[in-house]
Design a protein around this ligand. Structure first.
Ligand code: ZN
Length: 255
């Protein structure tokens, strides 16, 4: 079995895609499926409340920014370590940087655990809206940020972290109807920073390609779109029509 096929099968199993409608726009296809990966909530990792309620925009972001935390490449892949990482980042962002809350919307540990970041991130993603973070100076009102634990200047990205990152980007591209080939970028594309490290930055083309394949795969396993009204058949066919779903340490990401 080719690696790509295997990965797609793993991803499909992981995300529980069975069958869904397909949404088409601008040449892209997204399955109307729930592809939300396991994301640990703020309550689960023990976040403190934000200083101020989050600012929520009634629109989707147009870019997904990939970061590294520039913290040590920990060998502890446990969930408790992942939760501690989120608490540490939140403390750093609120106490040392003086921000309202943790800066990023999502955090992924080296063990592949995904945590909600800024308050409200998880429900707003599901609604196709954006919680404004503090993760890319001058670009916070149109981007969503993923912090990946570690420093990737020289060392390679661990498999579990990578698979989780692919799954998260697949989810975000589906929820926000984004084309991964243009939407996924590195922090250095917007700001003067080494983030997300040379190694992770050089992997972005592969990330875009893997996410695009996952989207294609999800769309091809979903019910085909029905752009034309169905025949004068039973009204139950109507529900099969295309549905538009409403559907260093922890480096400084300037607010
Ligand atoms: Zn960054």
């Amino acid at each position: 079995m080719r690696e790509g096929t295997l990965r797609r099968d793993v991803l499909r199993g992981m995300l529980g895609i069975v069958a869904a409608d397909v949404m088409m726009a601008g040449g892209m296809m997204w399955a109307n499926a729930d592809v939300t990966p396991k994301v640990y909530t703020r309550r689960e990792w023990g976040a403190v409340p934000p200083r101020r309620p989050p600012r929520v925009l009634d629109r989707a972001p147009d870019h997904i920014i990939v970061h590294h935390t520039a913290s040590p490449n920990a060998s502890d892949l446990s969930r408790s370590h992942a939760f501690e990482l989120s608490r540490q980042i939140q403390r750093y962002h609120m106490k040392s940087q003086g921000w309202d809350d943790i800066g990023e919307q999502l955090t992924i540990s080296r063990g592949g655990h995904v945590m909600e970041g800024r308050a409200g991130s998880l429900p707003t993603i599901q609604q196709g809206r954006l919680v404004v973070g503090a993760q890319s100076l001058h670009h916070n009102d149109h981007t969503i940020g993923i912090e990946n634990e570690g420093t990737y200047e020289k060392e390679d990205v661990p498999g579990r972290l990578w698979d989780a990152l692919v799954g998260v980007c697949f989810w975000l591209c589906t929820a926000y109807r984004l084309d991964p080939s243009v939407a996924i970028i590195g922090h250095r594309d917007y700001n003067d920073t080494d983030c997300p490290g040379d190694v992770l930055y050089r992997r972005l083309p592969r990330l875009r390609a893997e996410v695009a394949r996952a989207l294609d795969d999800a769309a091809s396993h979903a019910d085909p779109p029905h752009p034309d009204p169905p025949h004068p058949d039973p009204p139950s066919d109507a529900r099969r029509r295309l549905t538009s779903r409403h559907h260093r340490r922890l480096h400084g990401h300037e607010e």
